[in-house]
Design a protein around this ligand. Structure first.
Ligand code: PMT
Length: 222
């Protein structure tokens, strides 16, 4: 009857999409609902972790009264909020679907429509996982997600390496019921040693529990 290893650990989670404004009424974004990240936040909080959830705009209720919820809109804001909590974190889970590009300029007034085509210049947004991965210290664990449509394991492993992550959670848009918006997900978890674990399609709450179990195992090794 001993204290669970996650109790009191400080966990930072990113979730949801980001929105990158082009003018006061329009933005670029993606289909992330935030469900996966919120389920992870709730699961870790209920296991006794001290959880900070940096969330893009989603239509979900706060996951748990014990979770510190920081709401942001853009990738830039998500980076700034994450930076604030990163140094004190024992674990970071990057579950957000950050928009990779943002309009190079944000028009002050609503952009008028014209005849013919319209060209929009885009600039890369900061890669939050990459930047925090570079600052990772020995006691910290970093878990990324990879949403893939092809060469899935290879792409996921490349992201694990380049972002200096400890685990990458692969979910594929080719698996029915997996990825964006569903209440379910189907994941494959890859670690730095190349160990690959496959999981069945299950509720995002149960997926979150599987991730908690993997982290608990890792923390128990030491
Ligand atoms: O929100 P849901 O509807 O429940 O859907 C869940 C999900 C499919 C969004 C989630 O499970 C998921 O896969 N999130 C990551 C999606 C993604 O953007 O993957 P990526 O391959 O582009 O990015 C790889 C990793 O780097 C991710 O951990 C991502 O959070 C992170 N990243 C990417 C770009 C960026 N600018 N900053 C980042 O931190």
């Amino acid at each position: 009857n001993h204290r669970p290893v996650v109790a009191g650990k400080r966990v930072l989670i990113t979730a949801g999409p980001t929105q990158e404004a082009m003018d006061p009424v329009r933005y670029i974004s993606n289909h992330s609902s935030g469900k996966m990240g919120y389920a992870i936040a709730r699961t870790f909080a209920q296991a006794g972790a001290d959880v900070t959830l940096v969330s893009g705009p989603v239509g979900l209720d706060a996951p748990d009264a014990a979770v510190r919820l920081v709401k942001v809109r853009s990738a830039r804001q998500m980076l700034e909020a994450s930076q604030e909590y990163f140094a004190a974190s024992d674990l970071v889970v990057f579950a957000a679907a950050v928009a990779d590009y943002a309009p190079s300029e944000v028009a002050e007034q609503k952009i008028k429509k014209h005849e013919g085509t319209f060209e929009l210049n885009l600039t890369k947004t900061p890669d939050i996982a990459l930047m925090l991965g570079r600052q990772k210290r020995a006691h910290q664990l970093l878990v990324g997600f990879a949403l893939e449509t092809e060469n899935e394991q290879e792409n996921a492993r490349r992201k694990l390496e380049s972002k200096n992550l400890d685990f990458i959670v692969l979910n594929s848009l080719n698996d029915p019921g997996a990825g964006f918006a569903y209440d379910t997900n189907k994941i494959t978890v890859i670690d730095r040693e190349g160990l690959i674990r496959h999981f069945e399609l299950k509720k995002k709450e149960e997926v979150a529990q599987d991730i908690l179990d993997i982290i608990t195992e890792k923390w128990s090794e030491a």
